[in-house]
Design a protein around this ligand. Structure first.
Ligand SMILES: Cc1ncc(COP(=O)(O)O)c(C=O)c1O
Length: 498
């Protein structure tokens, strides 16, 4: 008998358990006010916190840990089995058909993955020397293409009265029409790491395919928040060709990055990295690359523990259902936007109407008249709210949005005033969310911003700025991490404890 469909109460129970197990939800730090408070983590776009299930499952695996290349002994057999499961789990999570798609792990997150894709495809079809991307990309989905291709076209995003929206499909088509068979692929982020805006990746796939180009999706921010469906037998034109993601952005900080790809794309091209594990035979004057995938793309010993950690999270999220998680997170981010847009002195960047453009995971703001680094420092030092500030490795996008917002304010200003305004607005403050955040965290952020807006001069007077690195330092309060955690001290203590 088929298993009955899981209902919402079951999913909620599992999600609650997963949330409650988050490592570090209850850490406390001393504040500038002299109080000690619980840290509110709103920096998941940079790196998510780790879920307890990773710690528990990996802890059970570790006694059996061994190199997967050893083969003969029990530990190696078990490790090889689990690594194969990790590959299969990734495919399952992103809805990729294992007959047509495969995945391989890479060293350094999505950045490692996209670099590998760019190098490989640039060599595979040297006549296709153009990549089309958008201005909203993280540098990791821009610079690898610039380095490996003759031309990278940066297509603008849609702009409405409310601000910058998602990738402009009309402009992508214009670029595809202009460069035609020179285009190797369109590279687009699934979700912006600055605004959290979700791109219509399946529509872009269909468009790219119509012009004979591939679609490469940067899923660094998408994977943790939005369900993904790479394969679509009913509508193959809407399938995703290649996708890259990072484990540390989906609750598995020790994980490697992943490339999921159509298998044919990595066939008939020499693997970019060579070494042990990807060859069938080696002579002094030649070597024979294995046809086995993913072995041929995973030279050297893979990050086995990290891969199992990532697959553990993916398996847990899949059991709960990404649609279910997405629906909850969408409610939270819409709530956050609705609250933040009511604070008089706060500017929220990007399209704020969810009917025009849905978001996932991140919102970037500024307090008018306050440097982004100062706002972030105050949120941290006085309210124990962890956010990120500056340009989030997406300089062109951040600069264009800020310029767009400042447009009217800049009219009639002297050069000196313009410079002062530009200095204040060279970056943003980003609040970002994971499945462990809730409405109380949003309320805490909104309350803190309201207090900062109400007492700007007071907070400003508590800080001085470093000339060299745009950092605001509190005049009297200093955070010393060593009494809280120091690996060196822990090692010493470990030997002292009997
Ligand atoms: C949209 C996006 N793409 C790529 C990356 C790079 O990811 P990683 O640092 O894991 O390589 C990031 C990291 O913030 C990102 O947000």
């Amino acid at each position: 008998m088929p298993k009955p469909e899981m209902g919402a109460p079951d999913r909620q129970k599992m999600l609650d358990k997963l949330r409650a197990s988050t490592t570090g939800l209850r850490v406390e730090y001393p504040l500038a006010s002299g109080e000690t408070a619980r840290r509110i983590y709103l920096d998941s776009t940079a790196s998510t916190l780790q879920l307890g299930i990773v710690r528990d499952v990996v802890g059970k695996y570790l006694p059996h840990y061994a190199n997967t290349h050893s083969n003969a002994h029990f530990n190696a057999k078990l490790s090889s089995h689990e690594l194969a499961w990790a590959h299969a789990m990734v495919l399952d999570f992103v809805g990729a058909n294992a007959q047509t798609h495969g995945c391989f792990f890479v060293g350094s997150g999505t950045t490692g993955g996209i670099n590998r894709v760019a190098r490989t495809l640039a060599r595979k079809w040297s006549h296709r020397d153009v990549v089309i991307t958008t201005i909203m990309e993280h540098h990791s989905n821009d610079l690898p293409h610039r380095k490996n291709f003759a031309k990278v076209v940066h297509v603008p995003v849609k702009v409405t009265a409310n601000g910058f929206g998602c990738a402009d499909i009309g402009r992508i088509e214009k670029a595809l029409r202009e460069y035609r068979e020179r285009v190797s692929y369109v590279a687009v982020t699934g979700v912006s790491n600055v605004t959290g805006i979700i791109n219509p990746i399946y529509d872009i796939a269909e468009l790219a395919h119509r012009y004979g180009a591939l679609l490469v999706v940067d899923a660094a921010q998408m994977a943790a928040h939005v369900p993904i469906k790479m394969s679509n037998p009913e509508k193959p034109a809407r399938e995703l060709d290649i996708l890259c993601l990072s484990g540390h952005k989906i609750y598995a900080p020790s994980s490697p990055g992943v490339v999921v790809t159509r298998l044919d794309l990595f066939r008939e091209v020499e693997p970019d990295e060579v070494g042990g594990g990807m060859v069938d035979d080696v002579h002094l004057d030649r070597y024979l690359t294995t046809e086995k995938f993913p072995d041929r793309e995973e030279a050297g010993t893979p990050n086995i523990v990290g891969a199992i950690a990532l697959a553990t999270v993916l398996c847990a999220l899949k059991k709960i259902g990404m649609h279910y998680i997405d629906a909850q997170e969408t409610r939270l981010i819409n709530y956050a936007i609705s609250k933040l847009t009511t604070i008089k002195d706060v500017v929220v960047y990007g399209e704020t109407d969810p009917r025009n453009c849905q978001r996932a995971g991140a919102i970037s703001i500024n307090i008018r008249g306050l440097h982004h680094a100062l706002t972030a420092a105050i949120l941290n030092d006085y309210f124990n709210i962890a956010v990120r500030n500056a340009c989030f490795c997406a300089h062109p996008y951040v600069r264009e949005m800020i310029a767009n917002d400042l447009g009217e304010q800049m009219e009639g200003l002297s050069n000196q005033e313009l410079e002062a305004l530009a200095e204040l607005h060279r970056g943003m403050v980003r609040a970002s969310f994971g499945l462990y955040n809730d409405a109380q965290d949003v309320d805490a952020l909104v309350g803190a911003l309201q207090q900062i807006c109400a007492r700007k001069e007071y907070y400003q007077s508590q800080y001085h700025k470093t000339e060299s690195d745009d950092e605001y330092i509190h005049n009297t309060f200093q955070f010393d991490s060593r009494p809280i955690f120091s690996a060196h001290n822990e090692v010493t203590r470990w030997f002292e404890d009997d």
